[in-house]
Design a protein around this ligand. Structure first.
Ligand code: NAD
Ligand code: ZN
Length: 258
């Protein structure tokens, strides 16, 4: 592992070389993003400061048991988070990944644990959402998924059957959506370069994708200001905010003009 704490050093050169080679050969590239990529847009991560809401930890709210006990409170938390997301804008990290997709087309897969829709707003088209999307609600009876109106409040009801809706996200203890997980695994297993960006890599099974990619021989590039459990798997580590490291990586790899 080569670690860069400042732009312009060995790890950036190594990461750029891995990416440049993959782009030249049109080999598959995949990226896994977590809450850290949206931190510079002002959306709080769970584990950083700002993760608390009215003194509650996310683990106390983002569970089926919490929703069964007090759906009103859980919805209030999601309405608050949705407000933050709607007021936020994609940052240069999100935009760099949209540029990479434009360049690689279907040789690029963006896998996200985020539920904020900021990748799509930055222009990414083929986003694999492992944890759903908090801009949507899902019926607890018939399963129908609906976009939430920006002004939605309280406990919303299904327009089809009238039952209570829940946020269309994956909670702690729930399985990942099968189709998204299958696409993510396939992308990780076949990637020649795997970028892991802004995730604490402690939430399984998503974090296991890095192990799948590394075991299959991908060059792994980590972008995260902090060390994580998958840092040791990385060939190159950029210890910088994603909004700085990703544009620098694309410039260094010659994907955007320097
Ligand atoms: P996390 O909160 O566990 O970890 C965030 C990681 O981002 C940390 O390792 C931190 O060092 C890193 N980070 C902070 N600022 C960064 C920056 N500017 N650039 C790059 N990295 C930065 O987040 P997680 O690993 O995604 O797991 C938490 C779960 O919470 C996810 O499953 C996700 O669904 C959910 N979540 C989503 C959002 C969102 O959609 N924006 C926000 C909070 C939590
Ligand atoms: Zn319904």
């Amino acid at each position: 592992m080569i670690v860069d704490r400042e732009p312009g050093h060995d790890a950036l050169a190594r990461a750029a070389e891995l990416l440049r080679r993959a782009v030249r050969r049109r080999q598959p590239v995949a990226a896994l993003t977590g809450a850290g990529i949206s931190a510079e847009s002002g959306v709080p991560t769970f584990r950083g400061s700002g993760g608390l809401w009215h003194g509650f930890r996310p683990e106390e709210l983002a569970t089926p048991a919490a929703f069964a006990r007090d759906p009103q409170r859980v919805w209030e938390w999601y309405h608050w988070r949705r407000g933050l997301v709607l007021a936020a804008e994609p940052n240069p990290g999100h935009r760099a990944l949209a540029v990479l997709e434009e360049r690689l087309q279907d040789a690029f897969t963006l896998i996200t644990q985020n539920v904020d829709g900021l990748h799509q707003r930055a222009g990414s088209r083929r986003v694999v959402e492992l944890h759903g999307n908090l801009l949507e609600a899902r019926c607890t009876r018939c399963g129908r998924v609906e976009p939430l109106a920006p002004e939605a409040s309280g406990i919303p009801n299904c327009p089809a059957c009238g039952a209570m809706q829940r946020p269309n996200v994956v909670w702690f203890g729930e399985p990942l959506p099968g189709a998204a997980w299958a696409r993510a695994r396939q992308a990780a297993a076949t990637a020649s370069v795997f970028l892991v960006i802004g995730t604490s890599a402690v939430v399984y099974p998503a974090a296991g994708l890095v192990e799948v990619a590394a075991a299959a021989g991908a060059g792994v590039i980590e972008i995260n200001p902090e060390e994580t459990p998958v840092s040791d798997l990385a060939d190159s580590v950029l210890r910088q905010p994603a909004g700085e490291a990703l544009p620098a990586l694309l410039r260094e790899a010659g994907i955007v003009p320097g």
